[in-house]
Design a protein around this ligand. Structure first.
Ligand SMILES: C[S@@+](CC[C@H](N)C(=O)[O-])C[C@H]1O[C@@H](n2cnc3c(N)ncnc32)[C@H](O)[C@@H]1O
Length: 298
C-alpha cells in the first residue's frame, strides 16, 4: 500500500488518486451501471471519504476491496454515496395530469372488469412517487384496492426503501402542487396528524395497500414475467452511460403492454424511441407501440 495515502490532504481529507478514482468508477459501472465523470472526483472523495472514516480505513483502495468483495451493507453505502435520492410528492406534475386524464380512466375500466393492472415506479427513492401514483388512483376510484391493480415500487438503495415503506414524512418539508394534493397523501382529518414519530405524518393507509416495495438493481436481471401498464422511471438513468440507458429503455419497452406509457425524468431523453418500439406521447412521456425492432435488443 502507498503510505502516502495514509496522510490526509491539506483539507484534512484522505486524498483520492486518479487510479483510485478510476477503480471506483469501474466498480460503479460494472455493478450498478453508474457513470462517474472525472468532474465528480471531489464529490466522490468527500462522500466516500466519510465511509473511510467510519470504517477506519487508510485509503480508497482498501475501501474498494470491501465493495468488490460483495459486502452487501457496504455496497448499499457505496451506491447511496454515488447517487442522489431527491424526490417529492407529485414531482413533475405534468406526468400526473397525463396519468389522470389519459391513462387512469382506461386502466380503471379494465380493472373493474377484473383485468390485471400493474404499474411500476422504478427508482422510487423514499416513496413519494409511488404514493403520489396511488393517491391519483384513489382520487378516481376509492375501492381500487379491491381490484387486481398494484403498484410495484423498487430501488437499489435499502435505506430509502425503508423510509418509503414506513411512509412517514415531515409535512414541513413536503411540497405539493395544491392543498388538495396534500390531502390526498396525508388525509384531511385531524386524527391523521397522529404519528408514531414526532414531527412526522403518516401517509393514508389506503395508499400503502396498493404498493409493494422491493429492492431491485435496474442493471441486473429483473424477475418479472407479466407486463406493466405504466412505468415511471424518472431521474434515475441520468446516472447511467448512454449504452446502459438504451439497454434499460429497451427492457422497459419490452415489458410494457401495447399502448402503455413510459415516463422519464425532466433532463432525460430517449433519442431514438422508435428503435425500442416507443413513440413520443408528451413531455418526457412515451408509449409502447408494435413489436420491438430486433436491432434494439441486447
Ligand atoms: C433522484 S431519485 C429519483 C426518485 C423519483 N423517481 C423521482 O423522480 O422523484 C434516483 C433514485 O434512483 C436510484 N437508483 C440509482 N441507480 C439505480 C440502479 N442501478 N437500480 C435501481 N435504482 C437505482 C437511487 O437509489 C435513487 O433513489
Amino acid at each position: 500500500m502507498n503510505t502516502q495515502l495514509r496522510n490526509p490532504g491539506t483539507d484534512g481529507e484522505v486524498p483520492l488518486t486518479e487510479a483510485e478514482f478510476a477503480r471506483i468508477a469501474r466498480i460503479a459501472k460494472a455493478g450498478w451501471g453508474l457513470s462517474l465523470e472525472s468532474a465528480k472526483r471531489p464529490l466522490i472523495r468527500s462522500r466516500l471519504g466519510r465511509r473511510l472514516k467510519v470504517l477506519g480505513l487508510p485509503g480508497f483502495d482498501a475501501y474498494c476491496d470491501i465493495v468488490e468483495s460483495g459486502d452487501a451493507q457496504e455496497c448499499d453505502h457505496f451506491v447511496s454515496a454515488l447517487t442522489t435520492n431527491v424526490t417529492h410528492f407529485y414531482r413533475e406534475v405534468h406526468h400526473f395530469d397525463l396519468l389522470e386524464k389519459e391513462v387512469l380512466p382506461g386502466l380503471l375500466e379494465r380493472a373493474r372488469k377484473g383485468e390485471r393492472i400493474r404499474m411500476w415506479s422504478a427508482g422510487c427513492s423514499t416513496g413519494q412517487e409511488p404514493y403520489s401514483l396511488a393517491a391519483s388512483i384513489l382520487a378516481q376510484s376509492r375501492d381500487a384496492a379491491r381490484y387486481d391493480l398494484r403498484i410495484l415500487a423498487t430501488d437499489i438503495d435499502t435505506a430509502v426503501l425503508k423510509t418509503a415503506q414506513e411512509g412517514l414524512y415531515d409535512p414541513k418539508i413536503c411540497i405539493f402542487p395544491t392543498p388538495e394534493h396534500e390531502a390526498r397523501i396525508f388525509g384531511d382529518r385531524p386524527s391523521d396528524a397522529a404519528s408514531a414519530r414526532p414531527g412526522q405524518r403518516p401517509v393514508r393507509p389506503e395508499l400503502k395497500q396498493l404498493i409493494t416495495f422491493r429492492r431491485l438493481n435496474l442493471v441486473q436481471p429483473w424477475p418479472f414475467t407479466g407486463r406493466f401498464d405504466i412505468i415511471f422511471c424518472r431521474n434515475v438513468v441520468i446516472y447511467f452511460d448512454k449504452p446502459t440507458q438504451m439497454q434499460v429503455w429497451t427492457r422497459f419497452a419490452e415489458l410494457l403492454n401495447p399502448g402503455a406509457h413510459l415516463l422519464i425524468g425532466h433532463s432525460e431523453r430517449i433519442t431514438a424511441p422508435a428503435d425500442v418500439g416507443l413513440v413520443t406521447a408528451g413531455i418526457t412521456a412515451y408509449r409502447r407501440q408494435g413489436p420491438i425492432a430486433a436491432t434494439a435488443r441486447k
